[in-house]
Design a binder for this molecule. Structure first.
Ligand code: SAH
Length: 272
């Protein structure tokens, strides 16, 4: 605990621009890490370690390897101290950079990775979509989001929360909210509540073309008040007649009433 509060002093002031809301209570960070089922064979990736509260809880489990990506230079000295403490037992790689730009290359070289992070909320959704693109390299993810985003991720068909993010994630992972945290769990406290989401990869995701799924959901959800029949008549004329045939039972529904399975099937037809 002391090393973490010393690291917060080294950082000297959380920056909102970097989504810095730190968790200093090791009871909370240990609980988050426990959802990951990591063991001594695991390769773990943490985005935005900050002062290192979650990092320390990960290291206590002695994974084979831990890679952290941190954008804020002010965090590096404190992380280096943590790294030294564990240098005999864990391979610890520190990457100083923007996770949004380096994540693809880093994950490409790894397999069976467990990702654990209290994500910077301002870039949490694009980061998550980036992980989904690399789903083949991921064994499990335990990620903290603001609660409203967590609800969209787990959103069920036909509900207010259901949309592109729900579909793109749920085509590849089974997301579950496992832990809710009030603003007081963070330093400084954010205005919003937060939730930890666990993501289990789905075998069925292997057959889904993500780019095509992004295109289809983008088209349908940019007309979310229109019926499916209207959308395909107006925008899918050039596509194969298979689309009309497949969507025939759903013509009077709106995009939020089509299930993830319907969208993944549509993505397959669009790809052809
Ligand atoms: N994991 C720590 C800090 C969470 S706050 C804890 O739970 O206490 C979010 C962290 O993400 C901060 O350390 C911030 O500097 C870092 N961060 C913000 N944008 C980033 C980016 N684009 N790439 C990598 N790290 C980033």
């Amino acid at each position: 605990m002391n090393i973490i509060s010393d690291n917060v002093k080294r950082i000297a002031g959380a920056q909102k621009r970097l989504g810095q809301n730190f968790i200093l209570d090791m009871n909370i960070t240990r609980k988050i890490v426990n959802f990951s089922d990591l063991d001594q064979e695991s390769t773990v990736l943490e985005i935005g370690p900050g002062p290192g509260g979650l990092t320390l809880a990960i290291l206590e489990k002695s994974p084979l390897k831990l890679i952290v990506i941190e954008k804020d230079e002010r965090c590096l000295e404190g992380l280096e101290l943590i790294k030294q403490t564990y240098s005999n037992s864990v391979q610890f790689d520190m990457v100083h950079g923007d996770a949004l730009s380096v994540i693809k290359n880093i994950l490409a070289d790894l397999c069976g990775v467990i990702i654990i992070a209290n994500l910077p909320y301002n870039i949490a959704s694009p980061l998550l979509v980036g992980f989904v693109h690399q789903h083949k390299h991921i064994k499990k993810m335990i990620l903290m989001f603001q609660q409203e985003v967590a609800q969209r991720i787990v959103g069920k068909v036909g509900t207010n929360h259901y949309g592109r993010l729900s579909i793109i994630v749920q085509a590849f992972f089974k997301p579950t909210i496992v832990y809710k945290l009030p603003p007081s769990a963070f330093t400084p406290p954010p205005k919003i509540h937060s939730a930890v989401v666990s993501f289990e990869p789905l075998v069925s995701g292997e057959d889904v073309n993500i780019k095509s799924l992004e295109e289809v959901t983008s088209l349908f959800f940019s007309h979310r008040r229109k019926t499916v029949g209207h959308i395909i008549k107006k925008y899918c004329q050039k596509q194969s007649s298979n689309i009309e045939e497949f969507l025939n039972p759903y013509l009077n529904l709106r995009p939020e009433n089509l299930s993830v399975e319907v969208y993944t099937h549509l993505a397959q037809i669009f790809k052809k």
